[in-house]
Structures are given as C-alpha cells and as structure tokens.
Design a binder for this molecule. Structure first.
Ligand SMILES: [Zn+2]
Length: 395
C-alpha cells in the first residue's frame, strides 16, 4: 500500500520514493511507489502531473487502492526523485477549496451541492435547486467573505465521535477525513486543500444554467484562474471595441446599432419592389459577378465565365478562360457550387427587380456595392474621415 504523503502535507512538491512495480494502464506504463505526494484523480479533482526521475508523469489514477503514476516511458524499479507540477497542483487546491466555500454558501441559501467538476478552464457545481431559486450574488459574496477572513483550514481524519459533533454538509463516502473551516463548513473530503482560506484568493461565479429537472449548474473560477479569465475577457472586449470603432464601455450599444442596421438592410433587400428595374441593375449584377470571380479565381480580367449573372450557368469544369488560367473552383467542388448558386439567385433577383436602396449609414442610394459584404461596407465607411465614402454615393 502506497503511503499518501499529500494527506499529511499538501505543500510537498518533491520527494524521494522507491518504484515498487511498473504496470500498464490505458496502454501506458504506470509506476507504483512506496510513497507518493501525487494526488490521484478523485472527488472531482484531477490527478497530479510532474516527473519521476526525469520521466514525465502524465496523470495519476487510483485502481483498487493502488496509486498509478502514468508515465511517458517506463522507469526502472528502485529509488527515484519525484517532482510535482506545483503550479497545476496549487491551482487545483485553489479551485477545490473555493468549491467547498461556495458550496457551503449555497447550502446556507437552501441549494445543496450534488456534484463538483474541476475542469481545465473553469469549474462547475451541480445544485439540487432550480435556477430561479439561486441567489448567485449572495452566494458569491458569502464565499468571498470566508476567503478574505483568511480562516484556518483543518484537513485530517476525525473519529466517529468527533464527526458526530460536526455539522457535516454531506455524508462521508469513504474514509474518516474531514475538511473543516470552523463556523463555515465541514465536509468529508480526501482532496488537497490550502492551510488557510485566504490562499484561494477569490471566487467568481461566471454562469448558471438549468441542469435537469429542478436542478442547476453553476460555473465558477477561483484565484489565479479568475485573474486569467479577467484578462481574456478584457482582450475580447478591447477587440470588439476596436472592430466597432468605439470605447469598450460602449460596445453593447454599438453592437446593437450595427445589428439593427444589418436587419434593416436585410428587410429592405427582401421587400418586394424595393428598387428600380433596368439595364443599370443588370450591369451592376455583372459587376458583382466580377467580384465573385475575383474571390474564386483571383484573375477576373482574364476570366470569361460570368457566374452570378442572370441566365448563365456555371461553366462546366470551372471557368472558361481565354488564356487557360487555372480556376480554383469548379463543379466538382461542392462549396464552390453552393456559393455560385446562392450568388446566382441573388443576381437574378437583383436583375429582375432592380436594386437601388439607401445605405442606412449615408442615406445615399447604394448601388455599386451589391456583392460586397457588410464588413466591406463598414470598412469603406470607416476609411474616410467625417463622411461616407464616394463608393456609397448612389448612381
Ligand atoms: Zn472536497
């Protein structure tokens, strides 16, 4: 039986041990040691990684009471130096203890935890309470209050008598170990926990959703993960603000405006009789086909195929070019065919009904941009200081 060093000292990062046996698990060599600080996956917490004698430990699992260190390659039996991936382990300690405190908070608010998952990016707890009954801000505030009071965490075996006196949040599944934060939480658990609640740093509730009948799932992150996620969110917001040419605080408003404009344009395009019929429209439809060819083949001036123009069919075997330039698409390419047909229909509609409609931005009739996407249009507008581009001043 392997001595579990992580139970006595969850801060132990390196140790010496004897390799007793090397087995195989899931097609990988797996070492059994006489003692280990590697935590095997269990209770929602993933198994540790690190090195054994310089060989990578990819995962740690428990099978029938044996702790198996899954290795990159086999190691020889005998004494060996072992090292835990401490950054990863401490992250797990922050998330796992943060979960205890958050679950205790939800428990106090009438939402007991039924399961916990510590993911690569975020964590989740499943609660036996409907979504509408959850007070997320209050639970988050209670958990953070427990963290910032920096209370001592006791994690040890408790005798049956001691356990009987503790207000355990759930029934023990195996073993006598209880993780106790006096006055906050007492929960049977075999995981690794910090010595004080303050080491969790913080807990941020990110999302909650309905999860089965009368249950809900809450997503959260603690400590360094919360900081990382904040950076990610800030970068995404800055990117969106940049694209919309607005300040980060105004992104929601600007995005709503752009969406409303796009919808107005769609409606205007779909409305029957929404433009003038005539030769000009047909000419412009051909111009659009030129844009199409440019995108498909990159050589519009040499290309005689007029895909997208009304009444024309896609050229067999691709574009019929005068000088035999190689088309990149063709009827054998389903994506090309689909794209061609979609644009042909659009071209026919435009040619049949004519198309001269106002640009929602500049109020001029927009006729020369039939085949430009909205993003192209937006960039044309933004390229000219203080006014609409000449491209958008109608024919
Ligand atoms: Zn636990």
């Amino acid at each position: 039986m392997t001595e579990r060093l992580y139970l006595q000292d969850p801060y132990l990062r390196s140790f010496r041990a004897r390799v007793l046996e090397v087995r195989e698990l899931d097609g990988r060599p797996a070492a059994i040691l006489d003692r280990t600080a590697f935590y095997p996956e269990g209770g929602g917490q993933p198994g540790d990684r690190g090195t054994l004698g310089g060989t990578g430990v990819l995962d740690t699992q428990e099978r029938d009471g044996a702790i198996l260190h899954l290795l990159e390659k086999p190691v020889q039996p005998g004494e060996i130096d072992a090292q835990i991936d401490w950054r990863r382990r401490f992250d797990h300690m922050q998330q796992h203890h943060g979960q205890h405190l958050l679950s205790a908070a939800f428990d106090k608010l009438g939402a007991p935890t039924v399961s916990f998952h510590l993911g690569e990016r975020t964590c989740t707890i499943d609660l036996d309470a409907p979504l509408g009954k959850l007070d997320l801000p209050q639970a988050e505030a209670l958990a953070n209050d427990s963290i910032w009071r920096d209370l001592p965490v006791v994690a040890r075996d408790f005798s049956g008598e001691e356990r009987a006196r503790l207000p355990l949040r759930k029934e023990p599944v195996k073993g006598d170990r209880v993780v106790l934060v006096e006055g906050v939480d007492a929960s049977p658990c075999g995981g690794t926990h910090p010595a004080r609640t303050g080491e969790v740093g913080c807990v941020a509730v990110l999302k909650a959703q309905k999860w089965g009948e009368g249950k809900s799932r809450v997503e959260f992150a603690c400590g360094a993960r919360a900081v990382r996620l904040l950076h990610e969110a800030t970068d995404v917001l800055a990117g969106a603000a940049d694209a919309l040419k607005t300040a980060p605080a105004d992104v929601a408003q600007a995005a709503s405006r752009v969406a409303a404009e796009a919808q107005a344009r769609r409606k205007a395009a779909d409305a029957p009789g929404g433009g003038e019929a005539g030769q000009g429209s047909r000419v412009r439809a051909r111009g659009g086909a030129g844009n199409l060819r440019q995108r498909r083949h990159g050589a519009p001036r040499r290309c005689r195929g007029r895909a997208g123009a009304p009444g024309l069919r896609p050229p067999e075997g691709g574009c019929r070019s005068a000088d035999g330039h190689a088309p990149q698409g063709g009827p054998g390419n389903p994506g090309w065919k689909r794209g061609w047909r979609t644009r042909l229909r659009a071209g026919q509609r435009r040619a049949g009904e004519g198309r001269r409609r106002p640009c929602p931005r500049c109020t001029q009739a927009r006729t020369s941009l039939n085949f430009l996407r909205e993003s192209d249009h937006a960039s044309i507008h933004s390229s000219g200081p203080g006014g609409p581009s000449t491209l958008c001043q109608g024919a």
